[in-house]
Design a protein around this ligand. Structure first.
Ligand SMILES: Cc1cc2nc3c(=O)[nH]c(=O)nc-3n(C[C@H](O)[C@H](O)[C@H](O)COP(=O)(O)OP(=O)(O)OC[C@H]3O[C@@H](n4cnc5c(N)ncnc54)[C@H](O)[C@@H]3O)c2cc1C
Length: 450
């Protein structure tokens, strides 16, 4: 490794600490940590490792939930942490050219300083990197209005396993000159190449944010509420559903008071982003009034200040506290069509509470996107954890859902991929991997079942 230079190869220090994401998947101390600072250096590292067949764990912000970035025995780590420059923000076109290791929050703040807005948002914003967001095609809280990470990417630079640099840093939406190759790498979880730079489309900065929390008597009502709000609130940017256990645990762990005096089966957090606060507020008030009259909701609280809005969001954002408190746990991220969601949740709730009596099973999700999350734990015995995964994914498959809505497959869901992809699709994925990474040095033994 010395050939790569001391400024790239970091000697083993706190290796275990750096080698673990937020999943319960195992990790091993890596051979070395490689920290290139430029696309050229990434290319140099890959060419070297490809030549010597050194397998790599590609690491972004390590906030993944499926173990994809954890290093396995015999692997070196390729960290993108030092590629953390925002190269340019075009304030006329609203585009940002950034290196892959820039964190989501860094870009959100920089966009705001230039009077633009980057809408992708998730609880891990302070640590996750844009390269990681692209590699996982991250979703988050505002997909209902702005789409997933894929929708924000205009251009991408990728380094292939042999060091070949594919630079397609487009700044325009329209480019149909041949295959749109960047799409192949978005959501490919580091299987096909290493993302080193991105061109991101920013959005006009909203100046009016309205946040409200609604109390409902069941999930069916939340789909009615979604329909109602979509019809009257074009500015709707978040529609987050939480079951009561989730809200109670999240509040308890963060020392927050419960949002209403009474307790309700379902809570829905809504947000609108617009440009005229009084118009936005009255639109949300009218919509909630209508929902109360129609008995779609039972109660609601509308934040009167940014501080109150933050507080309402805190219930939803307790994910990191819950993941920590329920360790070792499983964090499910599945999608299913809205008409089937109610039956699926009831089915899972009954099965899990009967079978895993000691554990918490906390449901929440980006309901506007048909995306359901479940945190279930703690499972001190790995066999129980595996049995839980088996059972849950079988159920999802039976309801025609996807085993991964936004977190990807990594290691954790690898052996369950057949529930969501046909044999022919998995074969094609394996062929693409072989074509682009014939020596399998990029994140081997992940995503594609052996
Ligand atoms: C509290 C919390 C809340 C979360 N909420 C959401 C949510 O709402 N929506 C959502 O989608 N996700 C969510 N996540 C999951 C996670 O934050 C996302 O998957 C995120 O996109 C991962 O980014 P990262 O930089 O941390 O990637 P890592 O965890 O470092 O890596 C993830 C995968 O991408 C690969 N990778 C990373 N960087 C690159 C690169 N430059 N080139 C090629 N491959 C690369 C890795 O090898 C790995 O396979 C949450 C996680 C936590 C802890």
């Amino acid at each position: 490794m010395r050939e790569l230079g001391e400024h790239i190869v970091r000697p083993p220090r706190s290796l275990l600490e750096t080698a673990k994401d937020w999943s319960a998947a195992p990790s091993s101390p890596p051979l070395a940590i490689l920290e290139p600072r430029s696309s050229e250096e990434v290319s140099q590292v890959l060419a070297f490792c490809n030549r010597l067949q050194i397998p790599l764990a590609i690491q972004g912000g390590m906030t993944g939930l499926v173990g994809g970035a954890n290093s396995m025995p015999g692997e070196a780590v390729l960290s993108l942490a030092k590629l953390n420059r925002i190269e340019h923000i075009d304030t006329t076109a609203g585009t940002a050219l950034i290196q892959a290791g820039v964190t989501l929050e860094q870009l959100q703040n920089a966009a705001e300083e230039h009077d633009w807005f980057f809408p992708l948002d998730l609880g891990a914003r302070g640590s996750c990197q844009l390269g990681g967001n692209a590699a996982t095609n991250a979703g988050g809280n505002r997909v209902i209005r702005y789409g997933m990470m894929r929708n924000a990417i205009l251009g991408l630079e990728v380094i292939l396993a042999d060091g070949t640099r594919l630079e397609r840093l487009d700044t325009v939406i329209k480019n149909n000159a041949g295959f749109d190759l960047k799409q192949l790498f978005i959501g490919s979880e580091g299987q096909l190449g290493v993302i080193t730079q991105l061109v991101i489309q920013l959005q006009p900065r909203p100046t009016a944010r309205c946040t409200a929390l609604c109390a409902l008597d069941g999930l069916t009502k939340s789909t009615q509420l979604l329909k109602l709000l979509k019809g009257v609130l074009p500015e709707l940017s978040a529609f987050e559903v939480m079951w009561s256990d989730y809200v109670h645990e999240s509040a308890r762990l963060q020392g927050l008071a419960l949002p209403f005096q009474a307790q309700y089966p379902i809570y829905v957090l809504i947000e609108t982003l617009g440009h005229d606060l009084s118009l936005s507020v009255s639109a949300v008030e009218n919509a909630l009034q209508q929902a109360l009259l129609d008995e779609v909701i039972l109660d609601a609280v509308l934040a009167q200040s940014e501080q109150q809005a933050q507080k309402l969001w805190s219930y939803r954002e307790g994910v990191s506290e819950l993941l920590t408190a329920l360790k070792p746990c499983a964090a499910f991220d599945v999608s299913v069509s809205l008409p089937k969601m109610q039956a699926l949740v009831l089915d899972l709730q009954e099965e899990l509470t009967n079978r895993f009596k000691e554990q918490h099973h906390l449901f929440f999700g980006h309901l506007g996107d048909g995306n359901l999350h479940l945190i279930s734990g703690p499972y001190p015995d790995p066999e129980d954890l595996h049995a839980l995964e088996e059972l849950t994914y079988q159920r999802i498959a039976a309801y025609g859902g996807s085993i991964s809505a936004e977190h990807g497959i990594g290691v954790v869901k690898r052996e369950f991929l057949h529930h969501s992809k046909s044999k022919e699709e998995i074969d094609l994925m394996a062929q693409l991997k072989k074509l682009l990474d014939p020596k399998s040095i990029l994140n081997p033994q992940r995503v594609i079942p052996s």
